[in-house]
Design a protein around this ligand. Structure first.
Ligand SMILES: [Mg+2]
Length: 625
């Protein structure tokens, strides 16, 4: 028996406007459609699991094999209560307190400081009305006062719409997609990263970085001159891949840390599945391989053997890494994958100043024009929003780019401009002074910064100084960046800012989703999987032959669907049926995400973005059946 997940593959519909009169009809017809019952005897899949491959069944005992009657709860309660009195000398009066069946559910959090029992969602937000002190709920306003943080109601009813067509509707390339509820009315301050957030680069940028990095490998690191002939291979890699620095492999992981078969590359060649299994002894990579247990522990960093390339500037870096590996393999040159990785990384990083010079000299060659950006900034100004820029790039580079994009007056839009911010340190370090940049003499000043002035350019600093000097509170700030870690993770987790991710790849991914042939394939894949799932336990003469054919067809379809996104690595967001490692991070740290910052022009400045109410594996197949 293979357990499949039953969620639809494509469900990126943007709500369509419906007139008031029709809305009633739509509502009535939607109200009639109730989902089927869920089987109490069901087994629910979070991940694909083929029982044929399972040779060994292992079991826990308590509550796995042995299920206890409610009398067990009473027993534990009574024994614990009596011990409180006898051993810990609690007042004898509590001996009269009887166990209240069905008061609490599993999975709650207890605030050991405030003495509250409460329920948190996957974004660590408190659910209103589920905060208890003793047997009494704590009123919402008191919860707000106690936690000083915004609470977002997760209650959300999907807008009813008819499924009259067999194939899903097109997804808008200009859409803004919500992972978490976000009300723009509550956002007072808009913050932006620069590179790949406001400034989008043309493919010529990838070639430039690749060529500069390759030449530096030869000149500075004395790599063989032959690699000078290796040209950049456009569309070879995608963002978010992992590089195994020990084994020298580039590969794609899903959110369960499973390797997607067929996406493991040594140089320019795929590594066969059986070799991958031999190398890793498992499809699942141990977490210590990928993630350091404590974020800032440098000791732990040394134990991780894989690095994720989550930056758009790292796409040409991966291209260089694979080309040079391929060159070494072909010419039978012995190399150390980790040394190669460090050299390539440093070469591409160190050529950034040269890249900056080249872009400054010929900005339109590298930077994508976006006429909507000025319109977007004007709209924020008209709505009396504050704006700031925090970028790692140097001033002369940002200045030329912003003049090209917005005009000579670009600084007038921003209340604060901080360059060379050294993110993620800008968001994580406690003390690092903010400095003033002297635009005329192109140098930094030694003066102490005590207040932030509009029109002045600042360097370095920390987010703490920015917040202290402006008084901007975490939840009023919406910060946009393209990097799931250095732009989004810390500001969400440490500072409670709201976040928007600019994911350029969405343009290509959505165009692929909207292709009718792709829709047909994705739809058929879903139906075929359903057929296999339903009929796999049947007995009969031809059943196994037919099922095997179906499974083969399904494998073929899955590969076809993968290849249309990127021939080598498939979609940035999906492995076959799971979100990628990259998506998991993105969905966790971004409240909203979109292909371009100016997609927000499609929505008002008081718009509320609602996340789709996702279907969990044990819930109904779909809300509209
Ligand atoms: Mg950036």
């Amino acid at each position: 028996m293979t357990v499949q997940r039953t969620q639809p593959i494509i469900n990126h519909n943007i709500g369509t406007a419906v007139g008031t009169v029709r809305l009633q009809e739509v509502r009535i017809s939607a109200a009639k459609k109730l989902p089927q019952d869920v089987s109490i005897k069901g087994v629910f899949a979070c991940n694909e699991l083929d029982l044929k491959e399972v040779q060994v069944y292992g079991f826990d005992y308590d509550y796995t094999l042995a299920c206890y009657k409610p009398s067990m709860d009473y027993l534990l309660y009574n024994l614990g209560r009596d011990m409180l009195i006898q051993k810990y000398k609690y007042p004898g009066g509590i001996g009269n307190l009887e166990y209240k069946k069905d008061f609490a559910v599993r999975g709650l959090h207890y605030d050991i400081e405030k003495g509250l029992l409460l329920k948190l969602d996957s974004f660590l937000q408190i659910q209103f009305g589920t905060v208890y002190r003793g047997l009494h709920p704590v009123p919402d306003d008191e919860v707000l006062r106690l936690y000083k943080n915004r609470i977002i109601p997760i209650a959300y009813v999907e807008a009813p719409h008819k499924h009259s067509h067999k194939l899903p509707q097109d997804v808008s390339i200009k859409g803004v997609f919500a992972c978490n509820e976000l009300d723009l009315k509550e956002v007072q301050v808009y913050g932006f990263d620069y590179d790949y957030t406001l400034a989008c680069y043309k493919p010529s940028m990838d070639y430039l970085l690749y060529n500069l990095g390759r030449d530096m490998l030869i000149q500075k690191y004395k790599y063989p001159g032959g690699i000078g002939n290796l040209e950049y291979k456009k569309d070879f890699a995608v963002r978010g891949l992992h590089y195994d620095i020990e084994k020298g492999l580039l590969l794609k992981l899903d959110s369960f840390l499973q390797i997607q078969f067929g996406t493991v590359y040594r140089g320019l060649h795929p590594v066969p599945d059986d070799e991958v299994l031999r190398l890793y002894k498992n499809r699942i990579i141990p977490i210590a391989y990928v993630e350091a247990p404590h974020k800032h522990s440098h000791e732990a960093l040394h134990r991780t053997k894989m690095v994720q390339l989550a930056d758009l500037f790292s796409v040409p870096e991966m291209g260089l890494l694979c080309n040079v590996t391929e060159y070494f393999l072909r010419n039978h040159i012995d190399y150390h994958p980790e040394i190669l990785f460090r050299d390539v990384k440093n070469s591409v990083k160190n050529c950034h100043p040269v890249m900056h010079q080249m872009v400054v000299q010929n900005v339109s060659e590298y930077l994508e024009q976006n006429k909507d950006l000025k319109r977007f900034f004007n709209r924020l100004k008209e709505a009396n929003k504050n704006m700031f820029l925090v970028t790692n790039s140097p001033f002369h580079f940002v200045d030329i780019g912003m003049k090209f994009l917005v005009g000579d007056d670009w600084k007038d839009y921003f209340d604060v401009v901080i360059v060379q911010a050294r993110k993620p340190k800008f968001f994580t370090e406690e003390t690092r002074p903010l400095r003033i940049y002297d635009e005329v003499n192109k140098t930094q000043l030694w003066d102490r910064v005590t207040k932030l002035e509009k029109g002045v350019i600042y360097l370095e600093g920390t987010v703490k100084q920015l917040q202290d000097m402006t008084g901007w509170q975490g939840h009023q700030v919406l910060y946009f960046g393209d990097h799931p870690y250095s732009d989004l993770a810390d500001v969400t987790l440490e500072h409670g800012w709201r976040t928007g991710a600019i994911i350029k790849e969405l343009t290509h991914e959505i165009a692929t989703l909207n292709n009718p042939k792709f829709k047909e394939n994705a739809n058929w894949l879903q139906m075929l999987t359903g057929l296999i799932e339903e009929h796999q336990d049947f007995e009969g003469p031809d059943v196994h032959t037919i099922l095997d054919e179906w499974i083969k067809e399904r494998d073929g379809l899955r590969n076809e669907i993968k290849r249309v996104f990127n021939k080598q690595f498939g979609s940035v967001f999906r492995t076959y049926h799971n979100p990628t490692y990259f998506s998991r991070r993105l969905f966790r740290f971004a409240d909203i995400y979109m292909s371009s910052i100016t997609n927000l022009l499609e929505y008002s400045t008081s718009h509320t973005f609602y996340p789709r109410r996702g279907v969990m594996p044990h819930e109904y197949t779909s809300y509209f059946v």
